[in-house]
Design a protein around this ligand. Structure first.
Ligand SMILES: Nc1ncnc2c1ncn2[C@@H]1O[C@H](COP(=O)(O)OP(=O)(O)O)[C@@H](O)[C@H]1O
Ligand SMILES: [Mg+2]
Length: 360
């Protein structure tokens, strides 16, 4: 392996029938770092994780994880990784402690070691109080934490987390983020998939944006943010006819012209001045006597990322037409993050969900 790289993937391609799920994925994850694989539903995130964790074979391309080839040495890879799938894998009839004890025993630990190990993990993931309740009654966030704890039983050097917070409420998400941070703190390499830019920003050292089975951009969170811009201030005036005046009043707040959505009657401006810009916006509107019905400040979303990267915010619709024969741009398909990139050829993907949970 290239020393210092815990995950290397080159040209991973995978078809299901005549559909391409992956069209040549390249990834490099330095040891001890966190890669966020960011993309919409159907982009190929889970397929990538399944290949890297030896659950699925690539049609083409190669990958090493913890220095072992996923195709030639799957058992060696499995011995070094942890995986928390898109759907939590704990046994709902067992308590949190029993779940972790069971997995520890499956990994060949003695009863005593397994008991101690389970106790340590429960503590580390803030589950001590709930340790002896059956996990079926857990909140989404607690289940996720239990699942993460389970993925760490074998003390893996590389951990895959597939959409660790999808479906969680804000509290569950915050708790899960803390758990992931814990994990990273002791040097574990993490590849996590997410549909949330904010999450990738918060947890990942670098981000690969994937869509239709190719990496369309990669960089650090701040590089990506520079392309996508800061927060969005969205203003809805009481008088819809005042939209143009609102846009004019807000022009100075952002680098670009405010965007007017004639359908919703809102005006959006991208700013990197944070909450202070919100006050400025309201003052500017008051100065020209525009009354506001609604005002919001929000971080960029995945849609904003796609808009910035591809000039097209339209993400693929579920169950739509098959992809064209050549969907990836011919120029190598991956671009460094730059604002104002031109249009990418956008294929259409099909959504599918399945169970990807895995336990040794
Ligand atoms: N087992 C499978 N059989 C057929 N198609 C699949 C299978 N797994 C994934 N796909 C297809 O591959 C594409 C990528 O899926 P997936 O990797 O699950 O995306 P993501 O995890 O980013 O939502 C989708 O179009 C999906 O329908
Ligand atoms: Mg998935």
């Amino acid at each position: 392996m290239a020393d210092g790289e815990a995950i290397v993937a080159e040209g991973l391609t995978r078809r299901f029938g005549d559909r391409y799920a992956l069209r040549g994925i390249d990834l490099r994850v330095p040891t001890g770092s966190v890669l966020g694989l960011l993309g919409p539903n159907g982009a190929g995130k889970t397929t990538t994780v399944r290949i890297l964790s030896t659950l699925l074979r690539a049609d083409e391309g190669r990958a090493t994880v913890a220095g072992r080839d996923v195709h030639d040495e799957p058992a060696a890879v499995r011995a070094r990784i942890g995986l928390s799938g898109q759907y939590a894998a704990a046994d709902e009839r067992l308590t949190a402690r029993e779940n972790l004890y069971l997995v520890s025993r499956l990994y060949g630990m003695s009863r005593k070691t397994a008991r101690r190990h389970a106790t340590e993990l429960l503590e580390r993931f803030a589950l001590t109080e709930a340790a002896d309740r059956t996990s079926g009654g857990f909140s989404g966030g607690m289940r996720r934490r239990l699942d993460l704890a389970g993925a760490l039983v074998s003390r893996p050097t590389v951990v895959f987390l597939d959409e660790p917070t999808t479906g969680l409420d804000p509290r569950g998400r915050a708790d899960t983020w803390r758990a992931v941070e814990e994990l990273v703190a002791d040097g574990t390499t993490v590849l996590l998939t997410t549909q949330y830019l904010e999450e990738a920003d918060h947890l990942a050292d670098s981000i690969a944006v994937i869509d239709h089975g190719t990496v369309i951009a990669h960089g650090t969170a701040s590089e990506l943010k520079a392309a996508v811009g800061g927060e969005r201030i969205t203003i809805t005036p009481i008088d819809q006819a005042a939209r143009a005046s609102v846009a004019e009043a807000l022009t100075d707040l952002g680098h670009h012209q405010p965007d007017i959505d004639s359908r919703t009657g809102t005006v959006t401006v991208v700013t990197d001045r944070g909450a202070g810009a919100l006050r400025q916006a309201l003052e500017a509107l008051a100065a020209v006597r525009i009354e506001v019905r609604d005002v919001a400040l929000a971080p960029p979303t995945l849609d904003d990322v796609f808009l910035a990267l591809t000039g097209n915010s339209q993400r693929p619709a579920a169950e739509s037409a098959p992809p064209p024969a050549v969907a990836a741009p011919e120029d190598g398909s991956e671009r460094s993050v730059q604002p104002g990139n031109g249009q990418l050829v956008r294929a259409r993907g099909r959504r599918r969900k399945g169970a990807h949970a895995w336990r040794p």
